[in-house]
Ligand binder design. Structure first.
Ligand SMILES: Cc1ncc(COP(=O)(O)O)c(C=O)c1O
Length: 316
């Protein structure tokens, strides 16, 4: 007969044995599904939006990474931690006062202090990190994570020790990024501004002989430049390039595409507005007019007569 604790221990040893017979160690340049499966199991144990895990090697490394991320995200530098906490580093007086004042009011429970501290930090644009290196993974009995016993929801959780049963393993878990495309209704914006642009560009197409076609959907549009609408032969790439450069000088960035490099591609940021679209139309129309002006000049006609000798890229 084995005691239950010994049986549990045997399960851990058996899992380690299996892992070592399969794959002992790889550097993280080799992708392996194990780490993703583990991250999913780990984040399943965390509440709310705490769903993105970064695996590292030690609690200190996890805390360093958490602080680095918080600093980058908030643009703030100062860190507040409890004076007798494990990693009580970098206390700033201004912020420390918020906490120490409340600690002195002895009647206030730690739960209230922590809630108050979270609120104060967030009001100043800060993030809250919960170090679960000692308290995580069910050790507290009533809850799986220490922060749950205080009824607070951190932005970042760090963990180590219990996570790897003594192996050098740790993790930083953060909230999922917000989906800007959904939040800002950018798909809808592409539809509205894109349709508006297409209608205005169709007018330009009807007006100017060299704009052979306007194709696209939403904010992904191509302007097909031709010599004339009858032949539909592509406008020389050099001319289209001149128009593209012209647009750039006037403040509008377009891309080049097409087999003959005679198509200008409109693929702007998805957040552009209707007035940005009006600006783009004005610039494109001006560049078409400039093209007509250029083609009337002597220097343009001379350039058109220059033939470029094709040089093979590779000689056999
Ligand atoms: C609460 C807490 N955070 C972080 C650490 C640092 O972890 P490590 O020794 O894995 O770097 C410790 C270490 O004891 C700890 O107790």
């Amino acid at each position: 007969m084995f005691s239950p604790s010994l049986l549990q221990y045997r399960r851990v040893v058996a899992a380690l044995d299996k892992q070592m017979r399969t794959l002992w160690h790889t550097s993280n340049i080799y992708l392996h599904p194990g780490i993703h499966e583990y991250a999913t199991k780990l984040t399943d144990k965390l509440p709310g939006d705490l769903k993105v895990a970064y695996i590292v090697n030690s609690g200190s490394e996890a805390n360093d990474l958490a602080m680095l991320m918080a600093r980058l995200y908030t643009g703030n530098y100062d860190i507040i931690s409890l004076r007798y906490g494990h990693d009580d580093i970098s206390l700033t007086y201004e912020h420390y006062d918020i906490i120490s004042l409340r600690v002195q009011e002895e009647l206030i429970s730690f739960q209230k202090i922590l809630k108050g501290a979270y609120k104060a930090v967030r009001a100043k644009g800060g993030l809250c990190i919960s170090d679960e290196v000692q308290t995580g993974f069910g050790r507290l009995g009533s809850e799986y994570w220490g922060f749950e016993t205080h009824n607070v929801m951190p932005d970042i959780v760090t963990m180590a020790k219990g996570i790897g049963n003594g192996f050098p393993m740790a993790a930083v878990v953060t909230r999922k990024g917000r989906n800007v495309i959904d939040d800002e209704k950018l798909q809808e914006n592409c539809d509205i501004v894109g349709t508006y642009l297409m209608k205005k560009l169709a007018k330009l197409r009807d007006e100017y002989e060299i704009l052979g076609d306007v194709r696209g959907k939403g904010l992904m549009i191509g302007l097909d430049f031709v010599n004339d609408k009858k032949s539909r032969s592509p406008l020389p790439a050099a001319d289209v390039n001149d128009m593209m450069e012209d647009c750039k000088e006037m403040g509008l960035l377009l891309g080049k595409a097409g087999l003959h490099s005679n198509v200008l591609r409109i693929k702007p940021p998805m957040c552009i507005t209707l007035s940005d679209a009006d600006f783009a139309i004005d610039v494109i129309e001006k560049s078409i007019k400039n093209h007509y002006d250029r083609t009337k000049t002597q220097s343009y006609k001379m350039r058109q007569n220059v033939t470029v000798e094709r040089v093979p890229m590779f000689t056999p």
